[in-house]
Design a protein around this ligand. Structure first.
Ligand code: HEM
Ligand code: HEM
Length: 188
């Protein structure tokens, strides 16, 4: 039976879909940013950046919907046999990841407005500009966008390492409960 909502012991299908869709989009997003970085100024670079902006706005929207869904659902309890410091580290890193999933695209959006390049979502909707074109603001926002993206990259890597440690070393249910698979019985 498909379980849509979370329960005490695992994430439901909707939370899992949000999690893994955003993971794929973040990989696409870094790939597009690197591709744009390698291109000289010109129409090809602008086209790749337009895709980067559209995927970035998609990530922002999905992260907002995901947080609303999370708020409507019980979040699975942290396994009790995990040391306190690890439970705190998990909570802090999840808050950090959510914050970066929201702030990085917002800063990208403001940066584009400051550069006088309005943001369009796949050519279908043009988003409003919340700041006027302004060169120093663009430079500051560009630096900030890059720093936030790097922080997201390293924090996500740490998060993946923790998930793999739970699965392969501690052999617990932490990774399984974010996947559509059966949970292992803790105690026979
Ligand atoms: C989670 C979402 C996002 C991530 C992880 C991300 C990541 C990155 C990275 C790694 C770069 C390369 C940094 C550099 O060396 O310049 C970049 C550049 C850029 N990003 Fe994003 N980005 C995101 C969302 C957005 C959004 C929503 C927009 C605009 C609506 C945006 C606009 C840009 C632009 C215009 C550049 C090129 C800046 C320039 O060279 O002038 N990004 N992004
Ligand atoms: C861009 C990459 C990623 C981001 C931004 C991300 C973000 C998050 C966030 C925000 C949560 C907290 C969920 C909640 O309680 O609402 C979470 C949970 C989780 N993530 Fe990721 N994640 C990423 C990649 C991965 C990968 C690649 C794996 C697996 C190797 C993974 C495994 C997990 C697991 C197992 C949980 C549940 C942790 C628990 O039960 O406390 N994540 N992720």
């Amino acid at each position: 039976m498909l379980q849509l909502k979370n329960d005490e012991s695992r994430y439901g299908v909707v939370a899992q879909l949000f999690h893994w869709t955003i993971v794929v989009l973040i990989i696409v997003q870094f790939t597009l940013a690197n591709r744009a970085d390698a291109l000289p100024l010109g129409s090809a670079k602008i086209a790749v950046l337009a895709q980067h902006k559209s995927f970035g706005i998609t990530i922002l929207s999905l992260a907002l919907l995901r947080l609303i869904w999370r708020w409507l659902n019980p979040v699975p309890a942290e396994p009790l046999d995990i040391p306190r410091w690890q439970r705190i580290a998990a909570r802090v890193s999840h808050i950090g990841l959510y914050a970066l999933l929201l702030v990085t695209p917002v800063v990208g959006w403001l940066m584009s407005s400051a550069r006088n390049f309005p943001v369009s979502w796949f050519g279908l909707v043009t988003l409003p500009d919340f700041i006027e074109p302004n060169r120093p603001a663009y430079e500051f926002l560009h630096e900030t966008h890059e720093l936030l993206a790097q922080t997201l990259f390293w924090l996500a890597l740490l998060h993946v390492a923790a998930a793999l440690k739970h699965h392969f070393i501690d052999k617990d249910n932490v990774l399984r409960r974010m996947l559509p698979v059966k949970l292992k019985q803790d105690r026979p």
